[in-house]
Design a protein around this ligand. Structure first.
Ligand code: DON
Length: 308
């Protein structure tokens, strides 16, 4: 189990892609961002990067999709690099047990979001890295980070998706304004939300995303973007909060830190072993990729990979 060859892993990925191609119960793409609602739920792709530098793939692993909330992992890494532990005065580190876009706990917690991966928390993180800068500077920094992490310059923002979300961002604007009412927003809500909608609209392929996650898996070929101690903490947050109110379920079924996005992507990290990205746009009731989570579960079972 411990040392599967790349050929054995490739055969597992091929089996997963073949099994997923048969499935009809795929869930529905996110429709509250109209541009995402247009994407067919039939897509499926998976890629993984290994310590030896190999990238294995199956299905539509070189098709671009909207990374959405997976961007929150990278903005968190940037914010921790910039602010260090001061960031934790603005956002907590506890699972919320609530939907990704919930406003409920904000009221109980005086405008401090439970964690950096629910929308409110990610908006606070974006607001923190925006302070003193223009949105274009923050977005350029995010793209630079992703390009270095993936070793690939061809990573961009889909402006149509960003505009589509921006035009329907009433709920996120409400979260930002609520935090502003509690003194936990440093920029005008419109500026922070505009930046946030653009960061979510980064598009990447499974191959690019798996490569961008290599630093979190501590793979030898990964650029050293974040200290090992901080990588461990980001992984801890991914495990406990990366799938919102389904984080416990993902930890139980897959046993790896993971971060989902409503574009249907999931990035999962097998520390020291692999960085894995999967994409299937149909979502479950919690807004996470239905087949994506199943594919990760299949992979974890077949490889024995787990942090436990
Ligand atoms: O803020 C939003 O609603 C989206 N831009 C991102 C939400 C998201 O990806 C939740 N993940 N499953």
């Amino acid at each position: 189990m411990e040392s599967l060859s790349p050929a054995a892993l490739q055969s597992i990925l091929d089996d997963i892609a073949a099994a997923m191609a048969q499935r009809s119960d795929r869930g529905q793409p996110a429709s509250y961002i109209p541009e995402l609602g247009r994407v067919s739920p039939q897509h499926f792709g998976i890629a993984l990067c290994l310590p030896g530098g190999q990238t294995l793939l199956a299905g539509e692993a070189t098709t671009r999709f909207s990374i959405q909330s997976i961007s929150k992992v990278f903005t968190l890494a940037i914010a921790l690099g910039r602010l260090g532990d001061d960031l934790w005065q603005r956002v907590g580190r506890e699972p919320s047990g609530a939907a990704f876009n919930s406003i409920v706990s904000l009221e109980h917690d005086q405008g401090i979001p439970r964690n950096p991966f629910i929308n409110a928390g990610a908006i606070a993180v974006t607001d923190a890295i925006l302070e003193g800068l223009q949105p274009r500077d923050v977005l350029a920094e995010l793209l630079r980070f992703l390009r270095v992490a993936a070793g690939d310059e061809d990573i961009h923002i889909d402006k149509t998706v960003a505009a589509s979300e921006r035009a329907h961002a009433h709920r996120n604007t409400a979260l930002a304004e609520f935090m502003a009412a509690h003194g936990n927003l440093r920029n005008p809500a419109a500026l922070t939300i505009g930046t946030y909608c653009h960061q979510c609209a980064v598009e990447m392929t499974c191959v690019q995303l798996a490569r961008a996650g290599r630093f979190l898996a501590g793979l030898p070929a990964a650029p050293r973007l974040v200290s090992p101690a901080r990588v461990r903490r980001i992984n801890a947050l991914m495990l406990t909060c990366g799938h919102y109110d389904a984080s416990g379920d993902f930890a139980y079924r897959v046993g790896l830190p993971g971060k989902s996005g409503v574009g249907g992507g999931i990035l999962a990290i097998a520390p020291g072993r692999a960085s894995i990205a999967v994409w299937s746009p149909g979502l479950d009731a919690q807004g996470n990729s239905r087949l994506g989570a199943e594919a990760m579960e299949h992979l974890a079972r077949a490889t024995g990979w787990s942090v436990f």
